[in-house]
Write a protein that binds this ligand. Structure first.
Ligand code: PBG
Length: 349
């Protein structure tokens, strides 16, 4: 027998990152029982700068850069990320070899245990905890008068901040998938449907990144790729790539496979619906677009659908909204952090 049989997996150290990586590890071990896939946990810039809002330290690449260095130097052979945190332009020499079957992509509202208030009743006096400009902008639009307050840290830390007796927050907005992977399903007060909030590009799918020249591992990881998820997420990433060239901005999306004949909501990969919106930070302006295409299982067609929706958004004024968002972002930046951290500006999505 030829080939290696130990393939370290690079990951961040947060509980969520480890849970996601263990999921990939189990799938690979099941498929390749004679090989082992040990975890190699690493710290990233995003993890090390917990003290300040993400809006002041960088793009989502802050969570992937250090990991890619380890992949490059062959300390590990694959990386596991939340797809949401992977920039739309993957660095040359690297590839997203698998997008794992997507879980619920929706955002959810989390209140303190036992408390409930319908999101439509939120207004003056309510404090919404989120560090995402996308969530902030959409919630301000939906519930004029609410206060949005930054909340940093990993999922566990955020829940602890919500639950604290001196908590300033009425509720948190989080991704359903993150809570589910950490077995915090019971903390979900309400799941937000697309009529209320469009989720982040790629939210809810786990990405496996490899080197393009590592044919052996590419071949192995390919088996984890889930075609319906791949098509939906490629379409979503295509919108974002065109609108912004890879950084994170307040773009919300929704995708689903629709069947020409009403009844069958099948696992079909034929006809894909994509909705997207770009909204201003204060929630007063929005550009929305939607299209349906017969992608018939083709990634290229899914990417084309994303391009179509992106150009609709642009013709509806998304470029003006984005320009203003970028101007405000630069104006509001306080020059903190190291030079390296200041080079990359952006937001959590
Ligand atoms: N921003 C951090 C992050 N990256 C991925 C997830 C959730 C898991 C996923 O989207 O797949 C989260 C937490 C959150 O947004 O609530």
């Amino acid at each position: 027998m030829t080939g290696r049989d130990v393939f370290p997996i690079g990951t961040r150290k947060s509980a969520l990152a480890i849970a996601q990586t263990v999921q990939v590890q189990s799938a690979l071990e099941h498929q390749y029982p004679t090989k082992t896939f040990p975890l190699l946990p690493m710290s990233t810039t995003g993890d090390n700068v917990q003290g300040q809002p993400l809006s002041s330290i960088g793009t989502t690449a802050v969570f992937t850069r250090e990991l890619e260095t380890a992949l490059e130097t062959q300390e590990c052979h694959l990386l596991v990320h939340s797809l949401k945190d992977v920039p739309t332009q993957v660095k040359p020499g690297f590839v997203i070899a698998a997008m794992m079957k997507r879980e619920e992509p929706n955002d959810v509202m989390v209140m303190r245990q036992g408390e409930f208030k319908a999101i439509k009743d939120f207004g003056e006096g309510d404090v919404i905890g989120t560090s995402s400009v996308r969530r902030a902008s959409q919630i301000r639009r939906l519930c004029p008068g609410v206060t949005v307050k930054d909340v940093r840290g990993n999922v566990n830390t955020r829940l602890a901040k919500l639950d604290a007796s001196d908590s300033p927050y009425t509720c948190l907005l989080l991704a359903a998938a993150g809570l589910q992977r950490l077995n915090f399903d019971h903390r979900i007060t309400a799941t937000l449907p697309p009529s209320v909030m469009l989720h982040a590009v790629g939210q809810g799918s786990i990405a496996v990144e490899c080197r393009t020249d590592d044919k052996e591992i590419l071949e192995m990881v390919k088996s984890l790729d889930h075609l319906p998820t791949r098509l939906r997420c490629e379409a979503e990433r295509s919108v974002m790539r065109i609108l912004e060239g890879g950084c994170s901005v307040p773009i919300g999306v929704w995708t689903e496979f629709v069947s020409p004949s009403e009844k069958e909501q099948t696992e079909s990969v034929a006809t894909l619906l994509l909705r997207a919106s770009v909204s201003s930070l204060d929630g007063t302006e929005i550009a929305e677009a939607q299209a349906v295409a017969d992608v018939n299982g083709s990634v290229e067609q899914a990417i084309e659908l994303g391009r179509q929706v992106a150009s609709q958004l642009l013709s509806k004024g998304a470029d003006k909204i984005l320009e203003k968002v970028l101007r405000d972002r630069h104006a509001s930046l306080v020059p903190t952090g190291t030079n390296e951290e200041q080079k990359i500006k952006g937001w959590e999505v």
